[in-house]
Design a binder for this molecule. Structure first.
Ligand code: GN1
Ligand code: MG
Length: 351
């Protein structure tokens, strides 16, 4: 890390470093220099993102586009060039590092503290999506192929269960049964994508609550972070992942349930931020919340069966607990779909 940080032109000499917790994939450190300038230094997870050129190329395109959008959020993350001219630097151990200016006067919460926090997060992700309207989505590289292709995620789960390389399957039978009970409904969104019923957009694809920075004090939407999965996607993914994550504490392995007030607050902000959604997209939003919740459960369960190579865990059962919590939440969302559709309709029309 010492070596990596010196490859970026900082304002001053690094004087302090502390780890920023919360991400499941990359590791992030807050660096403060002797002149008081602050930066985020990240070590990119190469198991998840083997193609560093693709993620950084996408980030650069998005950043340049956002800076030309009058309605974009106040702050967009831009990476600093490293010595050598790339936006990242490699260490001798296969690690890749990148660096950006810490967003001052911001707060990053692991869970919302009020409905207004949720409305602001809805506004942030909605405005992000809206600002990317017109962006040539297909020019973005698919940083993780089939990221939200739920049927593909089920195929990976089946393969992991068949292989059972860590002899964990016996402990996963209940979770597997729950997963497969959700499969038919969880495959519908992908079918809507493939049929062209839903427009493909440049979407964020990883809209968990902690990926929004709010302004300190005012708690207004300031910035959307974690652009590694910005690629062609659906508005229903972004809406859906935000809904599922706002039902969770940071750990995602505690009981989850859908709160109507929270759902309404997020929906209000999202629709206000992204007025350009088509009728078909509006209709698919609740299905997105269901699908992404079930899909993430499938991903956690697959990772459990494979010995946790993907998601950071605190103990050997955490991915299994996360999977179970997500399947139960998905079941609850499925039962409440008509109610959720009604909230979306009401928030859109105001009547
Ligand atoms: C990962 O990187 P982070 O922690 O924001 C994951 C998301 C999951 C999330 C669950 C690239 O997000 O898809 O929803 O964990 N990101 C990737 O906490 O797989
Ligand atoms: Mg991420």
């Amino acid at each position: 890390m010492q070596e990596a940080i010196h490859r970026f032109a900082l304002d001053g000499e690094p004087a302090d470093c502390r780890e920023l917790k919360g991400g499941r994939i990359n590791r992030s450190f807050l660096i403060t220099t002797d002149r008081g300038a602050r930066y985020v230094l990240q070590r990119v997870n190469r198991y998840v993102f083997p193609n560093i050129r693709a993620i950084m190329g996408n980030a650069e395109k998005i950043g340049a586009w956002m800076e030309r959008q009058p309605d974009a959020l106040p702050v967009t993350i831009r990476y600093l060039p490293a010595r050598g001219g790339e936006l990242w630097t490699e260490d001798g151990e296969g690690g890749c590092w990148r660096c950006y200016r810490y967003v001052e006067n911001s707060v990053c919460l692991s869970a919302p503290e009020s409905p207004e926090d949720l409305r602001q997060s809805g506004l942030a992700f909605g405005r992000f999506l809206q600002a990317l309207e017109g962006f040539p989505a297909l020019e973005l590289e698919e940083t993780i192929p089939q990221f939200h292709d739920t049927p593909a995620r089920y195929r990976q789960l089946r393969a992991a269960a068949a292989e059972d390389r860590c002899a964990r399957r016996a402990r996963a039978e209940e979770a597997l049964a729950l997963a497969f009970a959700l499969e038919e409904r969880a495959s519908r969104l992908q079918a809507l994508r493939e049929s062209g019923a839903l427009p493909l957009r440049a979407a964020h694809n990883d809209t968990k609550f902690s990926n929004v920075l709010l302004e300190e004090g005012t708690r207004r939407a300031l910035c959307v972070i974690d652009l590694d999965t910005v690629m062609p996607g659906l508005s229903a993914y972004d809406f859906g992942d935000a809904i599922r994550s706002s039902a969770a504490s940071g750990q995602e392995d505690e009981p989850l349930s859908l709160d109507e007030e929270r759902f309404t607050a997020f929906t209000r902000g999202f629709l206000e931020g992204c007025p350009g959604l088509t009728p078909a997209e509006l209709e698919a939003l609740p299905l997105g919340a269901f699908t992404i919740t079930a899909e993430l459960g499938v991903r956690f369960l697959t990772d459990y069966l494979q010995g946790d190579p993907y998601f950071a865990v605190t103990d050997a059962e955490q991915n299994l607990r996360r999977a179970l919590r997500h399947f139960r939440l998905a079941g609850e969302i499925a039962r409440r779909l008509p109610e959720l559709a009604e909230i979306v309709r009401r928030e859109k029309t105001g009547i």
